[in-house]
Write a protein that binds this ligand. Sequence first.
Ligand code: E4P
Length: 218
Amino acid sequence: MKFFVDTADVAEIRELADTGLLDGVTTNPSLIAKSGRDFKEVIAEICALVAGPVSAEVAARDTNGMLAEAAVLRAIASNVAIKVPLTWDGLKACRALSREGAMVNVTLCFSANQALLAAKAGASFISPFIGRLDDIGEDGMALIGDIRTIYDNYGDLKTEILAASIRSDDHVRRSALMGADVATVPPGVLRALARHPLTDRGLDAFLADWKKTGQTIT
Ligand code: E4P
């Protein structure tokens, strides 16, 4: 499973990229607004830090506008993935961009039928939003399972399932169990994946015993 980090905070991305465990980055207009920085500058900096796909989202609502914005964003770096919304205009833009060889991440997916359309439109990634479905009392994880089954039913659908709107380590665990190809995870949740109280307790005990031996490893 690939891990993307879901943030536009360059300092956070730099730190996480240093682990060697980061496969890509997703941003969205809300995350760019939160950064308080210039969109194109931030995307350029992120692309220089991470070799994998960096999702940059268009702001236009119509296909032609999306394509014009996509051209600007693609010129920033070769690892930019154009993020388009799951609307008919977004699907048309996805079709055109994927035919040109661009990476496309179709975002704001809330149903299996939407995911099927995105795959037919040649999306590189489909982003089902787990947390936002859970927020309205639906089962975000079930959507990941449905999309996995549908994509596996048709060998010609090559779109990767990018589990998005992840709020907890349990969302990551269950996405992996469901066979999502990628999880895009907020930095805090990504860091939490390595933590377990028994790991800390066990390490303390081992190191206390090691100290008693009086030995060093040289
Ligand atoms: C994914 O690409 C989105 O940026 C993100 O996962 C949305 O998450 P949220 O629902 O927590 O805002």
